[in-house]
Design a protein around this ligand. Structure first.
Ligand code: PEP
Length: 253
């Protein structure tokens, strides 16, 4: 673990207004331990990033975005560039979440372009990979994960890989209350590191943070986070309540 950061990141999805963001930050501040062994990130809706930057400033929580567009600027109505995020003080950006792949046409190709754009701007991409239930039952999980990881990292120079976080998020476990067992999660997270090792070598592979995501909650966080290749969590539902989120942070401590 000393080679890489443990990162607990909340993915708020399309939840909370700017005023609710402020309220959450106040609640968090009251209960978040000062000494933390992990980095804590909250990925908020883009429109609430300025409010979040202000609200979390004195809580030592980094603000992340949930998406980014890969072009630098121009006629792309409704999109947000990596430079715009960086300029607001954003540190992390989720890329390729399964909901974006499912509802917004995100593909391995666009994920790769977004990863390259994020790194170029100095952001840390949180790259989401994961299989559907059908793919797991077909026994093609590992092939799919390898493909997703290799595609996402295509063209990423060795010196920038350590800035990437990879989140293993089995689609069947997201928002379903069904968590992967610690063994299932650990198996794939270890495989993700092996894939990075094959691409970039052992030294870089051990410096990359690999998270698990999918119905992580206070009740299962400690067991998942104690697995040697699970260096943190990407948390949806349970990140919306300050008390639950802090319990997960404490499980990583
Ligand atoms: C997610 O969407 O990244 C996620 C893990 O959601 P949940 O924790 O709600 O399953």
């Amino acid at each position: 673990r000393r080679y890489r950061k443990t990162i607990i990141a909340g993915n708020w999805k399309m939840n909370k207004t700017a005023s609710e963001t402020k309220k959450f930050a106040e609640e968090l501040k009251a209960i978040l331990p000062k000494a933390k062994w992990c980095d804590v990130v909250v990925c908020v809706p883009a429109v609430n990033i300025p409010a979040a930057m202000k609200a979390f400033k004195d809580v030592r929580v980094s603000v992340g975005a949930q998406n980014v567009f890969y072009e630098k600027s121009g006629a792309y109505t409704g999109e947000v560039s990596a430079d715009m995020l960086k300029d607001l003080g954003v540190k992390y950006v989720i890329i390729g979440h399964s909901e974006r792949r499912q509802y917004f046409g995100e593909t391995d190709f666009t994920v790769n372009k977004k990863v390259l754009a994020a790194l170029e701007a100095g952001l840390h991409p949180i790259i989401c990979v994961g299989e559907s239930l059908e793919q797991r039952e077909l026994g093609i999980t590992m092939e799919l994960i390898a493909l997703q990881v290799k595609s996402a990292l295509a063209g990423v120079p060795a010196e920038k890989v350590r800035k990437c976080v990879i989140a293993y998020e089995p689609i069947w476990a997201i928002g379903t209350g069904k968590t992967a067992t610690a063994e299932q999660a650990a198996e794939v997270c270890t495989f993700i590191r092996t894939t990075v090792r094959h691409l970039y070598g052992a030294r870089i592979a051990r410096s990359v943070t690999v998270q698990y995501g999918g119905s992580m909650k206070p009740a299962n966080a400690a067991e998942l986070l104690s697995q040697p290749d699970i260096d943190g969590g990407l948390i949806g539902g349970a990140s919306l309540k300050a008390a639950d989120f802090v319990e997960i942070v404490n499980a990583a401590n």
